[in-house]
Design a protein. Structure first.
Length: 104
């Protein structure tokens, strides 16, 4: 089976913009280190259905494969940096969604 890209989907609420800003500054170089691509973020979500609408910020970024995404998350440099995110936000989820395999 060929490798498929994975998308990381995050939902969080920022409580300390200073700590979160420091996290963001370190996040992008680490994303690049693992060939990740930033897709988008949104602070003004529109929920159409569901019992628990999302609040806060939703962030989407991509890695070339699940293996690379797992290596990024396990990287000691990322784990140290993520302490700033943990200090500055309440995290609802950080989830990995697999892309579709190529169609032939």
């Amino acid at each position: 089976m060929s490798q498929v890209p994975v998308y990381m989907v995050v939902n969080l609420k920022i409580s300390d913009p200073v700590s979160y800003g420091k996290y963001e500054a370190g996040f992008f170089p680490l994303l690049k280190k693992y060939d990740g691509k930033f897709i988008t973020y949104d602070d003004n979500l529109a929920s159409f259905e569901g019992e628990t609408p999302l609040e806060g910020r939703v962030i989407i970024f991509q890695f070339p494969s699940e293996e690379i995404a797992r290596a990024w998350y396990a990287d000691p440099e990322y784990q140290a940096l993520s302490e700033l995110r943990r200090a500055g936000t309440s995290l609802n989820f950080l989830a990995m969604v697999h892309g579709l395999p190529p169609r032939h």
